[in-house]
Ligand binder design. Structure first.
Ligand SMILES: [Zn+2]
Length: 506
């Protein structure tokens, strides 16, 4: 049942979204908007500091600035004299920074006071990531403008857009963004069945509201269609129908889903060559790109999150699988020992984020690639890997939750010590995600299926993501149990993709 306030907010959402759908950006307007946002990043960040931190004593950053002895005047002077990135380094050194767990824990206290809350989203994640992300349509529109820069650089102004993920908030957020520039998307696919009666009713209401607003705005959206990862025929049908009209389909999805799609198309002998796959939410590796290209599809890597929008878009002359251009008018990035700290620069971004460590590592430089994105966004990011999160099927789990399961839950249920369990995140030859749960042989005989079931149940407990996880990870046989000494001295509890590949760590 909907509450009155949900109904009211639904009504105001429809009114605002109708206006949004009625006036999508054209490409020229979008590029002008990005140029405007690219000017004077220092002044925009100063505005955020003033409104969201120094005028808001309950904002957690207020206490950090106070503890560092940094007043508003000091911060403003620092920005003017040092420039944005140097100032952020100085603030970072002074303790003005948050880890990803601190950021998640602060929740509503970090909501941007200037942002209006038009769309309720929830970041993909585990139980400790409970704060809904409230999206302002002005932020949404500027995210669409960033995407327009990427599309224009690739000659994609007339591409036909589609989305294939889950039915949750991330998808609605994406559909709005895709509709924000040029023609509205014509393909909307869900990896969970929209007709599944056990899905929370709110999914249906939210989908209905966005489609209603789109129709009122004169930009009707398709009904979300079920396309399971294991048999994505509906997505292939859509790609082929667009290609038959001699147009180019561009589908947003997760890298592992793109791999599953392309491998399936190859297996079934169904041609989708020419389709563009905009992939985000998991590492973009060579193995994944190989499988995508083997179906004749063109991968468009992206790095971002629900909270931040796109942080980087793939270079057109990449040096490696995930060589991307930093979308520098929306965020500032600094790195400490490769670990990225992110600062939001958009006045209507969902959260105040200053030097938030997102749990990702990357290499960065400004080499000249000569591609059409380099003039707007000269800085490159590559080798982007998460070091304290686990990602799969577009769902992110904090390492801390995984470690609790490995150290407490599994030993309690099956015996052994906390050091007897380890999780190794890797991928198959074809680029599909693979997880190996190592259990020390000394733990004694155990039922591998029972271990798997408990691990997945604990990981997804109480989270909207559980259905996705179950479909992507358990049915796809992503998780396997290996009886082997975890060798924890050399590695860690949670061995990630980039670490697992290194010699000596296998
Ligand atoms: Zn480039």
């Amino acid at each position: 049942m909907l509450t009155i306030s949900e109904l009211l907010s639904g009504t105001s959402f429809v009114a605002l979204a109708t206006r949004y759908f009625r006036r999508p950006l054209d490409f020229r307007g979008a590029l002008e908007r990005v140029a405007e946002l690219s000017r004077d990043r220092e002044a925009r960040f100063a505005g955020i500091l003033r409104h969201s931190v120094f005028d808001k004593p309950d904002n957690p950053y207020f206490a950090l600035f106070r503890a560092a002895g940094c007043e508003w005047g000091d911060a403003e002077k620092l920005l003017r004299q040092d420039g944005l990135e140097s100032a952020l380094h100085r603030l970072h050194e002074a303790g003005i920074r948050l880890s990803v767990s601190e950021f998640k824990a602060a929740g509503v206290k970090l909501r941007n006071p200037r942002a209006a809350h038009h769309v309720r989203a929830r970041s993909g994640g585990s139980r400790s990531e409970g704060t809904p992300v409230l999206i302002d349509l002005r932020f949404q529109r500027d995210c669409a403008a960033s995407m327009a820069v990427m599309l224009a650089a690739r000659g994609g102004e007339n591409w036909v857009k589609g989305d294939w993920e889950t039915l949750g908030a991330g998808a609605r957020f994406r559909i709005l963004k895709l509709a924000g520039i040029g023609e509205p998307p014509t393909g909307w696919f869900s990896q969970v069945d929209p007709a599944d009666p056990t899905l929370p009713a709110v999914f249906g209401w939210n989908t209905a509201a966005i489609r209603f607003a789109a129709r009122l705005g004169g930009a009707p959206l398709p009904k979300p269609q079920f396309a399971p990862v294991a048999a994505p025929d509906a997505v292939i049908d859509w790609c082929q129908s667009v290609l038959r009209q001699r147009r180019t389909p561009m589908l947003f999805t997760f890298p592992s889903s793109a791999v599953a799609l392309c491998a399936y198309a190859n297996r079934k002998g169904r041609d989708i060559a020419g389709a563009r796959l905009l992939i985000s939410g998991e590492p973009v590796t060579e193995a994944r790109l190989r499988t995508i290209r083997s179906a004749g599809c063109v991968p468009l890597p992206r790095y971002g999150s629900v909270e931040t929008g796109a942080i980087a878009y793939g270079c057109l002359n990449p040096r490696c699988s995930d060589d991307m251009h930093h979308v520098s008018h929306m965020t500032a990035l600094i790195a400490h020992a490769g670990r990225l700290s992110l600062t939001m620069l958009h006045p209507y971004a969902p959260f105040t984020m200053i030097n938030v460590n997102m749990g990702d590592m990357a290499e960065s430089d400004s080499h000249s690639c000569g591609c059409a994105l380099s003039s707007r966004w000269p800085a490159h990011l590559r080798e982007i890997r998460s070091y304290e999160k686990l990602t799969g099927g577009g769902v992110t789990f904090l390492g801390a939750d995984v470690i609790r399961i490995l150290e407490v839950v599994l030993p309690e249920a099956f015996g052994g010590a906390p050091t007897d369990y380890q999780l190794v995140e890797d991928e198959t030859e074809g680029g599909l995600p693979s997880l190996t749960l190592r259990v020390h042989p000394s733990v004694g005989p155990l039922d591998a299926e029972a271990v798997k079931a408990l691990f997945l149940r604990e990981l997804t407990n109480g989270s909207d993501a559980s259905r996705v996880m179950t479909s992507v990870w358990s049915s796809g046989d992503v998780l396997r149990i290996e009886r082997r000494d975890p060798g924890l001295t050399q590695a860690g509890k949670l061995l990630h993709l980039h670490l697992a590949r290194r010699p000596g760590n296998s």
